[in-house]
Ligand binder design. Structure first.
Ligand SMILES: Nc1ncnc2c1ncn2[C@@H]1O[C@H](COP(=O)(O)OP(=O)(O)O)[C@@H](O)[C@H]1O
Ligand SMILES: [Mg+2]
Length: 287
């Protein structure tokens, strides 16, 4: 969406009631019947229909006439629903710029009691589109599975961060709504964007963080120079939705892949030689 804040301000309470009605209905229906939207939204039939029509013009809801009149929302409307809840709960008071469009998320600056970011999860968007393209006859892949995938990923990331913070330096988790995760905003840049003066020291600190996570029972499983943030002299590890528990059958393999990514980056960029065995030794120690 070009401007989430503008779209948010364009909607009133009734529009939100309708969007929430469609969103709730999508937990059970592929296409939510009009009657369900009416019931959940608490509006009259006529008012709900009118709102649905204007929301459809804005491409915030989609509809089908067949086999019954039904409605769906996409990610843009889902973002607005989540944002509405965060504003109602006074976690977020201002929405700022779009600062990151990652593989599986869209990240905005925001303001609450402190500088924040909102990470809107997008898991399920590409994979389900892909499944549909390849196997379009697949009727058992629900169209709305992305809603569930994105919501679960946000919740998982919130839980992992809550388990790690503050022992591992990660952004402090502040709130969760639907597929939107609110985090403390970090002032800094990703590792891949800067020239370090003390690369060896930095690699050692990153390994210490990976070791702390391991001791708490977590493997990041998507670690690279893109998910390490440098804030002043501190190293912060971000982007945890795919983390696995240490007892996971592939935990060791994923830990080795994480470490290999880091070692290769430091080798490529700074000619620092460290073996995987040495890195594993630091992380797993003798504990
Ligand atoms: N807490 C934060 N503070 C500042 N910027 C952040 C924060 N979290 C994420 N970002 C920015 O958003 C980008 C994407 O976030 P990330 O969690 O890595 O998700 P993705 O899975 O999409 O890579 C990051 O690379 C970073 O630029
Ligand atoms: Mg990332």
């Amino acid at each position: 969406m070009k401007n989430l804040a503008r779209a948010f301000l364009d909607l009133d309470k009734r529009d939100f009631a309708v969007l929430r009605g469609v969103e709730k209905g999508m937990r059970r229906h592929d296409w939510v019947p009009l009657d369900n939207v009416v019931r959940i939204s608490g509006l009259t039939h006529k008012a709900a229909e009118r709102r649905l029509r204007t929301l459809a013009e804005k491409k915030l809801v989609y509809w089908t006439p067949d086999p019954y009149v039904g409605y769906q929302i996409g990610f843009n409307a889902y973002d607005l629903v989540a944002l509405g809840t965060l504003v109602d709960r006074d976690i977020v008071r201002n929405l700022g710029d779009l600062i990151g469009v990652g593989k599986e998320s869209v990240v905005y600056e925001a303001l609450g009691d402190e500088p924040l970011v909102i990470k809107f999860h997008r898991e399920g968007m590409t994979s389900f589109k892909h499944v549909r393209r390849v196997r379009d006859h697949l009727k058992d892949v629900p169209r709305c599975a992305w809603i569930l995938a994105a919501r679960l990923a946000a919740r998982k990331e919130f839980q992992v961060l809550s388990g790690l913070y503050p022992i591992v330096t990660v952004p402090r988790p502040v709130g969760l709504s639907h597929h939107a995760l609110v985090l403390e905003r970090l002032n800094g840049v990703e590792l891949y964007k800067i020239d370090l003066l003390n690369p060896k020291e930095c690699l050692d600190i990153v390994l210490e963080e990976v070791a702390s996570a391991w001791r708490l029972g977590f493997v990041h499983a998507d670690l690279s120079e893109y998910n390490v943030f440098i804030r002043d002299d501190q190293v912060v590890i971000i982007d945890w939705p795919q983390a696995v528990h240490r007892s996971h059958p592939r935990a060791r393999e994923l830990l080795e892949r994480d470490l290999a990514n880091l070692i290769n980056y430091f080798k490529r960029s700074y000619r620092i030689d460290m073996t995987l065995e040495d890195a594993l030794g630091t992380v797993m120690g003798n504990k």
